[in-house]
Design a protein around this ligand. Structure first.
Ligand code: CA
Length: 224
């Protein structure tokens, strides 16, 4: 099902342009040209995301934002004409998910919409590949029903690889996401931990879980 986006923007040309572009991307949209109508629509709770202009007739964008936030945590991206730090800080403090300054490139708006929508999607609790199951809520790992003991770092590395199943991840990306910025440069740590994981998983259960992509990094793939 496509995500529903409410566009609250009094500049009709901008609203129509955004509506058209979002339509191409497969989103379903509704437009409101003033704050009061926008708020009423938002309060139906039907929308997955709201684009909200700051300068609006009848009810300002900030006021609309405040009122929506009384009852809803729907992602809201503020559209601000002025490149004003005050607006941005105030908007984010009042619960906006993000803001974008007009005029904006549509690609940038689309990227921010994707990010904001992704944040609201619940993460999968159980991740799996090649007979291995990782349960993020219980913090357990098992292969074909047999539990495996992992250290925290091994678990985190396996979790990140599984979350990105099918994507080849560079050592740098793994370091940054699993170890954090403090470890930048120590890419051999990744190789060491991949070896640990293979020792506990691939070798014990005779499966091929973590694949090396020479010169690039590592990937977990589902074996056919
Ligand atoms: Ca406006």
């Amino acid at each position: 099902m496509s995500s529903k986006i409410l566009i609250i923007e009094d500049e009709e040309k901008i609203a129509r342009f955004v509506e058209l572009e979002l339509g191409y991307e497969g989103y379903t949209t509704t437009k409101a040209f003033d704050g009061r109508t926008g708020l009423e629509l938002a309060e139906t709770g039907e929308f997955d995301l709201i684009l909200l202009d700051v300068m609006l007739p009848q009810l300002s964008g900030m006021e609309v934002l405040r009122r929506i936030r009384r009852t809803s945590s729907v992602p809201i991206i503020m559209l601000t004409a002025r490149d004003s730090v005050v607006d941005k800080v105030f908007g984010l403090d009042s619960g906006a998910s993000d803001y974008i300054t007009k005029p904006f490139a549509i690609e940038e708006l689309l990227a921010r919409i994707r990010t904001a929508l992704r944040k609201t999607m619940p993460e999968d609790v159980v991740l799996s590949a090649s007979g291995l199951m990782l349960d993020t809520s219980r913090h357990t790992v098992s292969v074909k029903g047999t539990p495996i003991e992992l250290t925290k770092r091994e678990f985190d590395l396996l979790h990140f690889l599984l979350k990105n199943k099918g994507l080849v991840l560079s050592r740098e990306a793994l370091l940054e996401n699993v170890w954090g910025f403090d470890f930048a440069g120590e890419t051999n740590a990744v190789d060491v931990y991949v070896r640990f994981l293979r020792g506990k998983i691939d070798e014990v259960f005779d499966i091929k879980l973590i694949h090396t992509v020479r010169g690039v990094g590592y990937v977990i793939k589902d074996e056919p």
